[in-house]
Design a binder for this molecule. Structure first.
Ligand code: URA
Length: 195
């Protein structure tokens, strides 16, 4: 099945009314995504947590603050330079990992979101994003920091910011992964993007 929508607004409308899985029954609201609809970089996380579910926006809790600071250190802003979305748009109860069925339903929305935004680069934040978009058996510890390709788009898997909060030793490798992305951005899109 393919989702029909010509604009992000049209897609958002469909996603807000989606009842394809049971997650919508337990979450407070749908977290569609936010940022520049014409962004060249798209970041994809796992799914909304408690804060995101309250505010209706992606990555606004502690992990989100860390993500904002990683972007800012490299001269990027969440509203102006990137678009942020998740594998599932509704919070799984108690932040459990979304089931394959829940991911499967919601991936159709994500595919359409990517098709409309047309990013040059996708950053996959954590194992669920890597497994959802690329390969259900992929390991984030093996794939992080290595360029992949998905439908002609450059893809960089890295650790989820929540993992960096739990284990600060992952911050250095994650920072190297982000640096590779921002170098690629300067190479492909804007050589003068400031630091
Ligand atoms: N974790 C995610 O994967 N996504 C969010 O939006 C927030 C936390």
């Amino acid at each position: 099945m393919c989702i029909k929508a010509k604009s992000l607004e049209e897609l958002q409308d469909k996603v807000l009314n989606c009842r394809a899985c049971q997650l919508r029954q337990t979450c407070n609201q749908v977290v569609f995504g936010e940022g520049d609809p014409d962004a060249n970089i798209m970041l994809i996380g796992e799914g909304p947590g408690e804060e995101e579910d309250k505010k209706g926006r992606p990555f606004v809790g502690r992990a989100g603050k860390l993500l904002d600071s990683i972007l800012a250190e490299n001269g990027f802003d969440r509203f102006e330079d990137v678009y942020i979305a998740n594998i599932v748009k509704c919070r799984p109860p108690r932040n459990r990992i979304p089931t394959p069925e829940e991911r499967g339903n919601c991936l159709l929305h994500l595919y359409k979101q990517i098709e409309i935004i047309q990013p040059e680069i996708i950053i996959l934040l954590g194992a669920t994003a890597l497994q959802g978009l690329i390969d259900p058996l992929a390991k984030i510890t093996k794939q992080r920091g290595k360029w992949l390709s998905w439908r002609g788009i450059w893809v960089m898997p890295t650790y989820h910011p929540a993992a960096l909060l739990r284990n600060p030793r992952l911050k250095q490798p994650a920072s190297e992964d982000f640096k590779m992305v921002f170098e690629k951005y300067r190479e492909l899109i804007d050589t003068k993007h400031f630091y």
